[in-house]
Design a protein around this ligand. Structure first.
Ligand code: F6R
Length: 241
C-alpha cells in the first residue's frame, strides 16, 4: 500500500527495470504481459523516463498484451493497439516484431487465439504479468464466470465494463460488445504478477479479490493461489481492507 499512485508506479517500474536489466545481462529476452486502461499510464510514463534518462533499454523485451476489443481496427483511437503505442511503445526502443497484441479484426478468432497462446509459449512464457482490475473483478477481460483454466478466447463484455468504457467511446452504443482476452489460466501461468489498483472506486472489488473467497465470480481472486502475485494499491483502493 503506497501513499499515492505515483509512488506505487515508481516502485513497480524500478522492479521491472531490475528484471529487464538482470535478464538482459544473462543474454535472454524478458517477456512482459501488459495491460491497458487508465491505471497503468503513470507506470508507462515512469518506464519511458527510465528509458530516456537512465538508459533502460527495451531492445530485448518481448510483450504480450492482455486483450483487444473485437471489431476495432488497429488505427481506431480506442483500440488497445493505439493505446499501447501512444502510451509506451512509440517512446522506447522496443522492436516492432517483439510486440504482440490480439487483433480485433481477425477472421478466424479461435485460430488467432490458439496462435497467441503458442507465441507466448514459444517466447518461453511470461516472466512478469501486469494487471489492472475492473469493477466486475475482471483481470484481462475475464468477466465473472471465466474458468480458472481458461485460455485466450473471445468473450462478451459485462454491462458494467461497457458502462465504464462508454465515456471514452463517446456513448455506450459505441462500445464493442466483445473482446479477445488472455484467459485466467494464461495469466496465472506467468512467473510473477503485479496488479495495480488506484482510487476509492476500486476499494470494494480489491477487498473481494484479496479477502473474499476464491471464486470464478471474481477472476482476480484466483491470484490468491498464485505463488508470486502482488497488489500495488494507493490508500484509497486499500480503504476497505
Ligand atoms: C486492460 C484490462 C482490464 C483493465 C481494467 C481496469 O488491458 O485488461 O482488465 O485493467 O478494466 O481498467 P482501468 O485501469 O481503466 O480502471
Amino acid at each position: 500500500i503506497f501513499a499515492d499512485k505515483a509512488a506505487a508506479c515508481r516502485s513497480l517500474a524500478a522492479e521491472l527495470a531490475k528484471l529487464i536489466r538482470e535478464t538482459n545481462a544473462t543474454g535472454r529476452s524478458v517477456v512482459l504481459g501488459l495491460a491497458t486502461g487508465s491505471t497503468p499510464i503513470p507506470l508507462y510514463q515512469e518506464l519511458i523516463r527510465l528509458h530516456s534518462e537512465e538508459g533502460l533499454s527495451f531492445s530485448q523485451v518481448i510483450t504480450f498484451n492482455l486483450d483487444e476489443y473485437l471489431g476495432l481496427e488497429r488505427q481506431h483511437p480506442e483500440s488497445y493497439w493505439t493505446f499501447m503505442h501512444r502510451q509506451l511503445f512509440d517512446h522506447v526502443d522496443i522492436p516492432a516484431e517483439n510486440i504482440h497484441i490480439p487483433s480485433g479484426t481477425v477472421g478466424d478468432v479461435a485460430a488467432h487465439c490458439a496462435e497467441y497462446e503458442a507465441a507466448i509459449e514459444a517466447a518461453g512464457g511470461i516472466d512478469f504479468q501486469l494487471l489492472g482490475i475492473g469493477r466486475t473483478g475482471h483481470i484481462g477481460f475475464n468477466e465473472p464466470g471465466s474458468p480458472r483454466d481458461s485460455r485466450t478466447r473471445r468473450i462478451e463484455l459485462d454491462p458494467v465494463t461497457r458502462e465504464d468504457a462508454a465515456p471514452a467511446f463517446g456513448g455506450l452504443d459505441k462500445v464493442p460488445t466483445h473482446a479477445i482476452t488472455m484467459g485466467c489460466g494464461t495469466i496465472l501461468a506467468a512467473r510473477r504478477i503485479g496488479l495495480l489498483a488506484f482510487g476509492a472506486h476500486k476499494a470494494a472489488i480489491v477487498r473481494e479479490a484479496i479477502e473474499g473467497p476464491v471464486t470464478d465470480q471474481v477472476s482476480a481472486s484466483f491470484l490468491q493461489d498464485h505463488p508470486d502475485a502482488c497488489f500495488y494499491l494507493d490508500r484509497a483502493a486499500a480503504g476497505q481492507l
